[in-house]
Design a protein around this ligand. Structure first.
Ligand SMILES: N[C@@H](CCC(=O)N[C@@H](CS)C(=O)NCC(=O)O)C(=O)O
Length: 90
């Protein structure tokens, strides 16, 4: 199946273990995606607040379905598996 037109976006920082789980799922699914590295200081995460209504990461955004999954790695991985598992099989 053809991959969706718009890339998914992940708000994260590198050392965050919950973010790593979502990155791993995206990689395992062979997806190309956009990373937004959030500031390490919670008070500086204004863009994240605008996008998701809160300041914790990971936040996964799927512009194809207007989905925003905030601060829940398990839900994000589940969403990816359910919606993109067979998308990138050649
Ligand atoms: N329950 C969340 C936990 C997310 C979480 O605790 N994120 C941490 C980073 S690992 C965070 O954003 N903490 C605020 C901060 O950066 O100080 C999940 O399942 O993804």
């Amino acid at each position: 199946m053809e991959q969706s037109k718009k890339m998914l976006e992940l708000y994260q920082f590198e050392e965050c273990p919950y973010c790593k789980k979502v990155r791993t799922a995206l990689t395992d699914l062979g997806m190309t995606y956009i990373i937004h590295n959030v500031p390490r200081n919670l008070e500086e995460r204004d863009e994240l607040e605008k996008v998701s209504g809160q300041r914790y990461v990971p936040v996964l955004v799927d512009p194809n379905t207007d989905t925003v999954i905030a601060d829940d790695d398990e839900k994000a991985v589940e969403y990816l598996t359910e919606n993109y598992e067979n998308e990138n099989v050649e």
